[in-house]
Design a protein around this ligand. Structure first.
Ligand code: ZN
Length: 80
């Protein structure tokens, strides 16, 4: 009983997660969808998303919808 209900719950959840993670993430330079997205927390506690394009090597840092400069992120990460 436990085994069958577990499988039923895992299938729709898995497909939802895959679809959601692929949608909407594109490189701002070349519009490619071949990007790596990493979420991390800076030393001051702010949550940022790092996006790295595999096509053109362009990198962006974002906090929510706000685009951050690399200098901005590095200076914040260094601050204690
Ligand atoms: Zn790109």
């Amino acid at each position: 009983m436990a085994r069958s209900s577990q499988a039923a719950a895992a299938t729709p959840l898995g497909s939802l997660t895959q679809r959601g993670s692929r949608a909407g993430i594109r490189c701002r330079m070349c519009d490619s969808e071949r990007v790596t997205r990493i979420s991390m927390e800076l030393t001051d506690g702010s949550q940022v998303d790092f996006t790295h394009c595999l096509e053109c090597e362009h990198r962006t840092w974002q906090q929510g919808d706000e685009l951050l400069s690399v200098e901005h992120v590095l200076s914040r990460a260094r601050k204690r």
